[in-house]
Structures are given as structure tokens and as C-alpha cells.
Design a binder for this molecule. Sequence first.
Ligand code: PEP
Length: 257
Amino acid sequence: MNRRYRKTIIAGNWKMNKTASETKQFADELKTILPRAKWCDVLVCVPSVNIPAALRAFKDMRVTVGAENVFYEKNGAYTGEVSADMLKDLGVKYVIIGHSERRQYFGETDITVNKKVHAALEAGLHPIVCVGESLEQRELGVTMDLISLQVKSALAGVSAEKLRKCVIAYEPVWAIGTGRTATPEQAGEVCTFIRATIRHMYGARIARSITIQYGGSMNPGNAAELLAQPDIDGGLIGGAALKPDQFVAIINAANQE
Ligand code: PEP
């Protein structure tokens, strides 16, 4: 982390978990143990149907509500989809884009990710752009090539001014939901590479200010070490973000120099 130049963001990705009532339960429990976390921003990304319940439940807490996905068209005949304007109008601030589960199960590509990033930015949302290699790609030694391609494709056509609203999440696919975490060095190396890629695209000042999260089985036991890496500015957390005590333990782990 480097709090002097950029925000630290601890974000939960609830995936397809929790009903609206469970959302309220989670918030009630979190409220009793959440520290006044001045050292980081706290974000909870919930299923779109639960966004109104989450906005109500987290209203008086320092917790921002985000979405897990968005469609890139503004409106029209796209049954079941949710637009960026709809999210913005509800009061959503952040939206996860290009999560590996969406790439794997719902056919998202670097091209659709780029369209979604533009749609989110146009609506005034902060995209959290997910990138990450599979185990096969890591073993083939093409991790950095792939990450470079994903970052460059996702941000193609995004102005420097708009980039300030973006967050990048490095999530090695082999570490998501598997209990297998990248070592701090592995995670740190890729996050440093992402920042270098942004530097080549946008210059040093912007690269220095962009928040880059790590995601992939982050938990209370490994968070401090991961967050101690200079280019890891927070976490995107699945499993451990579903339990208030574990989520808070990770928030507390971000409270380091
Ligand atoms: C995620 O869903 O973005 C994630 C990192 O999940 P987990 O923490 O469960 O690996």
C-alpha cells in the first residue's frame, strides 16, 4: 500500500450470495464491530437485486455499496440486464467489471469488458476492472503478456481523466474461491507490473495514483502480508467477505504503515 498517493479499498464481492434479509442481518452485525476505518475505504458489492436493501442497511455506516456487473448498452431489448444509469440512479458508486467468473461462465471477453468500462464511466460509476491469469497460463509463463493484454484492452479509449475513477483488481483465476492464495511476492510482482503498464499508457503521475487491489482467497490470515506489498492497495474479497468478523479482520489488517 501507499496511502500517500492512493486510496486503499477493502471490497467484498458477495457473488450470488445472501438474500435481502440476510443483507440486513450482515449489516446489523457488521455495525457492532466495524472500526472507524479511516485508513481504508470499505465497499460491499452485492447482487443487483439486493442493492436497494444494501443501500438502506449500510446507510449510516462508512460502507459504500457496489454492483457486481453491468451491461454496456444504455437501454433497450436486453432482457434481464441492468444498465449503468440504473445503477447510478439507485446510488451505486462502484461496479465490478470482467470478474473471471463472468468471463468463464457468461462469455465476457476483453472487448465486452472494454465496452462495460466505457458505459460505467459515462454514467459516473467507478469500474473495478478485474484481470488475472489461469493456472495454465501461469505455468506457460505468459502471465505478464496476458495481464498486459487485459489491462490495455479494458482501458482502450479511456482518457487519463476518466482513468482516475478506475480501480484495477488483480485476481489470479487459480486463487479465486480455491483457498489457494498467491504468495505476497507473486501478487506484488503482478500488481507492480500492472502499475508499470498504466505508467506506459498514461504517465507516472496517474500510475502512482491508481488503486490496484489483489483478489484470490484473501483472508484474515494472509491479508496483512499481501497488503504490505507496495503496489497492493486493497483487496477484492469473496468468501471471507461474507462473514462480518472475517471482513473486519481484513479491514483491520489494512491498518498498517
Ligand atoms: C472474488 O470473488 O473476487 C474472490 C477473490 O473470491 P475469493 O476471495 O473467495 O477467492
